[in-house]
Design a protein around this ligand. Sequence first.
Ligand code: SAM
Length: 182
Amino acid sequence: MNRKNVQNLYALGHAQWYDPFKKVWNRLVSTKAEKELAAFLEKNVNNNTSILELGCGTALNLEKVFALDSNFKKYLGLDFSTDMLEIAKNKFVNLPHVKFQQKDITNLNDIGEKFDIIICTWVLSHLQSPSQIVNQMQKLISPRGKAFLIFFSRPKWFINVWLYPLAKYLFKAKPLSRYRSA
Ligand SMILES: C[S@@+](CC[C@H](N)C(=O)[O-])C[C@H]1O[C@@H](n2cnc3c(N)ncnc32)[C@H](O)[C@@H]1O
């Protein structure tokens, strides 16, 4: 999707509604995926874990990490929306092991380190070439590390007939093909 359109979508007017909207979205569309993400974090995060999040938005996933019993080593959240990041930063102040950086995730070449866990949820469908980002992402996973992705994929045709135009118009997102290679 067009980068400018996506940036406009997550500018202030929409950023401030994102968290309440996401609660409804989770209920209607993604209960199972969000539960699986929580279970993944529960299983894989410990005191030594470094976490990279691509397209962290308002840091709802970091809230999930903080809800766990265990601690973590560090978290870096990347997003290109100033307004989404502003909300994220205000949720987590004075925490030296939590960092947010304004960055377009279509170029990850300058991230000079590897992470134990990479999270990327509801972002790939916004990108023109999602497979390129997945390829770059793989290079940033430490040898025994793991990635967890949630994305909008193509549903059955009779749902897609109305969902695709709606998603394109409202969310500037398009479903990923199930058969697209990374
Ligand atoms: C639907 S939100 C998802 C936020 C968060 N991952 C979540 O699950 O709540 C999509 C986020 O991806 C960010 N985004 C989209 N394309 C991006 C890009 N090329 N570089 C950085 N961030 C991007 C948007 O700014 C927005 O915050």
